[in-house]
Design a protein around this ligand. Sequence first.
Ligand SMILES: [Mg+2]
Length: 231
Amino acid sequence: MRIEAVLFDLDGTLLDHDGAAEAAVLAGAAAELPGQPLDRDGLLHFWRDLERREYDRYLAGELTVQEQRRARALGLARHLGLGEWSDEQADAWFAGYLRRYRRSWRAFPEVPRAVRELGADRQLGVITNGEGDIQRDKLRTVGLDALAAHTTASAEAGCAKPDPEIFHLACRTLGVAPANTAYIGDRLDVDAQAATEAGLLGIWLEREPTGAPAVTVPRVRTLAEVAPLLG
Ligand SMILES: [Mg+2]
């Protein structure tokens, strides 16, 4: 089947979200505890878990964007032994975190060339679980303006990955059939397997070895491997 369009996940696939989030939370924690040593690994592990948990509650409609941000700041304050923050303290801390996070946005090194190659004779787009404004802002900031114009964001779509509907919506927007579309993302379940179940060619980007056994979807280690895979 000829692949006419390639859709990407954004965070962890095109943009080094973890790297930016780590830089932002380390600086934000250090600012609260001047002169004190930080357990970096413990903090980063805690922050990743907390983010995943609260963001999933936001995607499920249990929390607003602001509530999930506040919950993460309040959780961090407790983790650092800073006690119970007020909502205002939490919001102020998160605003600083977001500023640092934005300043640290970077595309993964292979992205510009891989996107150019894949886009030479195919349509390209993005499907992302998040707010459209900030996600498009990320793409423009790292020089992927063309992808920003073809981004399907869950907050605007009214559905989120792994729901097949968001994959079908993105395909309709580009005017391509799911069967002629590849989708690449860094999460096996929410990205690659969900895309496959929606009728696309789902590809798993396993940037770091996870020890996952054989999987039923194609697996790549960088986006540079995708063009050769599609032929
Ligand atoms: Mg991702």
